[in-house]
Write a protein that binds this ligand. Sequence first.
Ligand SMILES: Cc1cc2nc3c(=O)[nH]c(=O)nc-3n(C[C@H](O)[C@H](O)[C@H](O)COP(=O)(O)OP(=O)(O)OC[C@H]3O[C@@H](n4cnc5c(N)ncnc54)[C@H](O)[C@@H]3O)c2cc1C
Length: 363
Amino acid sequence: MVGLAIAEKVSEENKNIFLIEKHSSFGQETSSRNSEVIHAGIYYTRDSLKAKLCVEGKWLLYDYCKKYDVPFRNCGKLIVATSVEEIEVIKGIRQTAIKNGVDDLQLLGRKKIAELEPNIFALEAIFSPSTGIIDSHSLMKQYETNAVNNSCQIVYGSEVTGISKLNKGYKITLLDADKKNYSFTTNIVINSAGLTSDLISEMVGITDEKLKIMFCKGEYFRINPPKNRLINRLVYPVPHQNMEGIGIHVTVDMAGGVKLGPDVEYLESNNYNYKLTASKQEAFFRSASRFLPFLEFDDISPEMAGIRPKIQKPGEPLRDFYIMEESKRGYPGFINLIGMESPGLTSSLSIAKYVDVLIKNII
Ligand SMILES: Cc1cc2nc3c(=O)[nH]c(=O)nc-3n(C[C@H](O)[C@H](O)[C@H](O)COP(=O)(O)OP(=O)(O)OC[C@H]3O[C@@H](n4cnc5c(N)ncnc54)[C@H](O)[C@@H]3O)c2cc1C
């Protein structure tokens, strides 16, 4: 998602752009295993890249979807307080959001909540009108189409296996789909490799404990029909401490499906473990039934899993996106994007703009 958005933007004014992808098509990893929510930018630390790029990115994304007919729905989201203590928490969330430039949040009482979502339980709630959902596959397809129309060359089925710094620029070694090695040189490298972006950075010689990615799995359960029809929009509980995740929430998708999740599980090693854990059903059910009183245990089934590329260690405070042109470390023209977890989808167009400016400053 992020690599394609950057490829589209950078190829508007530059020639000889190559996008290298190890799989045979786009979106085989995190970008097709997420909640597909256009986030409003409510929770993030003031002045962080996450806060700024999310707020800018959501408006860019809504405009882009309208311009290119990418399916989306500006359905809005409720953040619900199910206890007296949580009422204070949602009021605090509203204050953080205002500092981030999200000034459209509305505090709702029970009557208003019942008008929007008659089947949920909440004492009070915040309504975020600028939150929405999107068909992320169509979005990536559009990024790809526009990049190719700008003469960007997309090389699928080729894995970057080595990067070495030259006197000027970098030598990139690839392993292609026929298991043959080849290499080329370039002045600028943009590392947008998601779950393995720390390894790509290490290939060139940048080792930094703070940029080590930990795989953090998030599993989803679906609400089976017909009860999926009892919810119309996104409904979130109050987030976890430290924002490791934003709580098992309810997401609706463009096809009418309704999902619970994702939970937060740091994996012991960085394995692509997308296996679903049926035994988590009890925990999902208990967590969601606090605000979905109609839910019965058998109404949910395992759906899918995604993996967050976390640079935030368990228990640490929220970490920001790491987006850096690495001249200060002695690697001019090497641009790292590491820890591109949520809201990476929402921010993809603003991230692309940000990287484009970094490149303009180099050229
Ligand atoms: C459970 C979950 C829920 C989420 N929900 C949301 C949400 O609702 N809204 C939101 O805004 N964001 C959400 N996100 C975050 C969002 O999905 C990510 O920020 C975004 O998809 C990251 O895109 P990316 O292009 O950086 O990474 P990726 O999709 O991982 O792409 C990186 C690409 O690099 C390729 N690659 C890696 N190494 C190499 C190599 N050596 N050679 C060649 N190619 C290589 C990979 O094959 C991959 O295709 C969620 C994430 C998760 C895990």
